[in-house]
Design a protein around this ligand. Structure first.
Ligand SMILES: Nc1ncnc2c1ncn2[C@@H]1O[C@H](COP(=O)(O)OP(=O)(O)OP(=O)(O)O)[C@@H](O)[C@H]1O
Length: 337
């Protein structure tokens, strides 16, 4: 549905050149929610702006829904953009227009008939749950409501693709949840392919099927979210994943416990989260398990958990317990200072 083939973008100035995108290739499949995550300056905004040609790539090709965007003449580009909705962190609503007008005006500009405009505005305001705010002005809405209007505006063009440029970054955690749920709903109900950029791993964890991690204009990791969580990854990816599992265990505690047996970090995916593996090892190998920290997060399709525990027992007992847990599909890492 969206293909970036060897895309590079260099911003040239008198002083220096900045390579914001460096040979990026991505393939977002029809109907999926694809996340691009990276720290500030990684190149995410440039990437998403290249997809609808708000920014022109210096090299490479971009294909959206079978149409090669790179090199399209202006009139054809305008047409192709009708099929690509976009929402922004700052909502980009017209302050002096009502909610109704914010959705209706862009539709009018594309030449849609008045009755059809009215139908679409009402339909998509209902989809985002804001029918009763049609006559309000953006200044009278909360941040979450403003983003809902922006989503309704994007949907009203009935696009196949929705681009989301840090859409939840300006919102509080609760409102973020509700907007993420709304994105899931429109992906499911309308089959819209969503490409989003974010610096929050939580967004990827909650709604993405696949993810690309960016650093210095390059994609350094790419794949199914579950695989990125469960395989050994780069330091940057680890940092993003760790942000979901704050451990805060004092070094002195780890140091003193380590004298009486190993401190280990367990991570588990899907089925193995349901198994009372810890209770089993305690009973089977006569070891004492002390949980120092733990959390399970729900990825889009399956749970993923992480725990730090201290195992107390003889060396043979604790090593046998670790081997058993590994055989049960639990990934083990020894926590060392
Ligand atoms: N119009 C521009 N002119 C010059 N340099 C630019 C321009 N836009 C972006 N850059 C540079 O390109 C690099 C990537 O920027 P980009 O905004 O794509 O990153 P980002 O990952 O979206 O960061 P942020 O999350 O802070 O927006 C940065 O070094 C930035 O300074």
């Amino acid at each position: 549905m969206i293909e970036l083939k060897k895309v590079s973008k260099t911003f040239a100035s008198k002083k220096s050149n900045v390579k914001a995108l460096d040979d990026v290739s991505l393939h977002v499949k029809k109907g999926e929610i694809y996340g691009v995550i990276g720290y500030s300056g990684a190149g995410k905004s440039t990437l998403i702006r290249c997809v609808n040609m708000l920014e022109k790539p210096s090299e490479g090709e971009i294909v959206v829904n079978g149409i090669t965007m790179t090199g399209l003449p202006t009139n054809k580009l305008r047409e192709a953009r009708q099929n690509i909705g976009i929402i922004f962190q700052g909502f980009n609503l017209l302050k002096t227009a009502t909610v109704y007008e914010n959705i209706a005006i862009p539709l009018k500009l594309t030449g849609i008939a008045k009755t059809e405009i009215d139908e679409r505005v009402k339909k998509y305001l209902a989809v985002v749950g804001l029918e009763e705010k049609a006559d309000s002005y953006p200044g009278q809405l909360s941040g979450g409501q403003k983003q809902r209007v922006a989503i309704a505006r994007a949907l009203s063009h009935e696009p196949d693709v929705l681009l989301s440029d840090e859409a939840t970054s300006a919102l509080d955690p609760e409102t973020t949840e509700s907007i993420l749920s709304l994105l899931l709903k429109i992906n499911k109900e309308f089959g819209i392919t969503i490409l989003l950029i974010t610096h929050e791993m939580h967004v990827v964890q909650k709604i993405c099927d696949r993810v690309a991690v960016m650093e210095n204009g390059r994609v350094i990791e790419e794949g199914k979210v579950i695989d990125i969580f469960s395989k050994k990854t780069s330091e940057t990816t680890k940092k993003f994943i760790n942000s979901l599992f704050p451990e805060d265990i004092p070094e002195e505690v780890i140091s003193s416990l380590s004298e009486q047996g190993p401190v280990i970090r367990l991570s588990f995916v899907g089925d193995s989260t349901g198994k009372p593996a810890l209770a089993e090892v305690a009973k089977k190998y006569d070891v004492y398990t002390n949980i120092l920290s733990g959390n399970i997060v729900q990825l889009k399709n399956e749970p993923y958990g992480r725990m730090v525990i201290h195992l107390q027992g003889t060396n043979d007992q604790t090593e046998a317990a670790i081997a058993y847990l590994e055989a049960e599909g639990v990934h083990i890492e020894r926590v060392k200072l």
